[in-house]
Ligand binder design. Structure first.
Ligand SMILES: Cc1ncc(COP(=O)(O)O)c(C=O)c1O
Length: 394
């Protein structure tokens, strides 16, 4: 470890992150390499961002070609790369129009503004318990975790939570006064929780009746990560708004609010805007991601390799029923829920040169780059097995 670096962290930075004490030098494919030359297999991908891994040659080329033309133009100008990127994004999301932002949270904020503009301040907006939609004031009002919310109260009015997968709570809350419901069809930060078919069916019935807006927050579970284009594609259902970010920028900051035809003209010039949103370099990188995932079949490989990984994890669960409570997820968005806090497993994996993440205390969250192949999955499985064996001896 380069101790100097971590002393400077204390000296220079506001302490909002608990940094992992590893001094990374560069990334290559599905690996990150530290300054001592240790190679780490990445099952984390920068929190679900690096879909094509690190230093992907097509991204490197697209980014350097674009930046040699212009790195930024204000949104007073429309750029060819924004058009090319947006055309693909609209095609694979099956939506009508897009607003490009810098991040996921900003896409969430755009959606809240659009919903408020359409329905006014008095109608209610809902998210689900355990939801994570970001940390700015609007997004935080949708995020359910009290640890994130409490120091910053009061948040936006008329935003409430419905109990996850609880149809009774859903029907009790939704009515003529509902403006919108925000749903992560697979909750990420909340612990890789999948919305049930019955819950979605009830949501669809209620939408027909009360005509509210259904927002699919696919910021983490979109762009092929679950083995389909977007996680709601697993259900017979079309959202009114899709939010995307993370993977769509190929490692550069980019977010998107995608809307259906009925909402296409809700915003007028001046209603919303951003300096950097839809940055041409980010769009150039994102364009490569969309081509690889949707046009060159990566999404199908994610489904196949993800199914394999889930099957093997279920076998591990059968071998260690006292350790693993549940394996959940789709494609390359998987949670291994332990009976105990899994920080220890994450540390053991790191000692074995694998990066993974623990969320909601007990859930080992696996978000590998979408290009992860079977031999690397097997390496991970072997080391997870060994880590559990070690934990078993205690
Ligand atoms: C489902 C979901 N929504 C919103 C966000 C916020 O996105 P960002 O961190 O890009 O602002 C995240 C980030 O983890 C997320 O997972």
């Amino acid at each position: 470890m380069n101790t100097d670096l971590f002393i400077k962290e204390k000296e220079y930075f506001i302490h909002t992150y608990n940094r992992i004490p590893i001094d990374l030098a560069y990334g290559e494919g599905v690996h990150l390499i530290d300054r001592k030359g240790n190679r780490y297999l990445d099952f984390f991908s920068g929190l679900g961002v690096n879909a094509l891994g690190y230093s992907h040659p097509l991204i490197v080329k697209a980014v350097s070609d674009q930046i040699s033309k212009f790195g930024h133009l204000s949104n007073y100008f429309l750029t060819d790369i924004q058009v090319e990127f947006s055309e693909k994004l609209l095609k694979y999301s099956k939506m009508s129009k897009v607003f490009l932002s810098n991040s996921g949270t900003e896409a969430v904020e755009a959606a809240i503004k659009l919903i408020r503009k359409k329905f006014g301040p008095d109608k209610k907006i809902f998210s689900l318990s355990n939801a994570f939609h970001g940390r700015t004031y609007g997004a935080l009002s949708l995020t359910a975790n009290d640890n994130y919310r409490t120091p910053f109260l009061p948040l936006l009015p008329n935003i409430h939570q419905i109990a996850f997968n609880n149809i009774q709570d859903l029907t009790a809350n939704i009515g003529i006064n509902t403006a919108a419901v925000f749903v992560e069809f697979i909750q990420g930060e909340g612990g890789i929780n999948m919305v049930s078919e019955e819950f979605v069916n009830e949501l669809k019935n209620l939408r027909k009746k009360f005509d509210f807006i259904l927002v699919s927050d696919c910021i983490q579970c979109g762009i092929g990560r679950t083995g389909k284009a977007f996680s709601h594609d697993y259900y017979d259902f079309e959202p009114d708004i899709i939010l995307s970010a993370k993977a769509i920028g190929g490692g550069l900051p980019l977010g998107a609010m995608l809307v259906n035809n009925a909402l296409s003209d809700e915003f007028a010039p001046g209603d919303h805007g951003t300096t950097f949103g839809g940055n041409p370099v980010s769009c150039a990188a994102g364009n490569v991601v969309l081509s690889e995932v949707f046009e060159h079949g990566l999404v199908h490989e994610v489904k196949m390799n993800g199914d394999y990984l889930i099957r093997q994890l279920l076998e591990l669960k059968n071998m260690y029923p006292d350790h693993i409570k549940e394996v959940r997820g789709r494609g390359f968005m998987i949670g291994v829920d332990f009976y105990y806090e899994c920080a220890n497993i994450v540390t053991k994996l790191r000692d074995r040169k694998i990066f993974a993440n623990c969320t909601n205390k007990t859930v080992l969250r696996l978000l590998p780059p979408l290009i992860m192949e079977k031999n690397d999955i097997d390496f991970f499985l072997y080391n997870l097995h060994e880590s559990i064996k070690e934990a078993d001896k205690k």
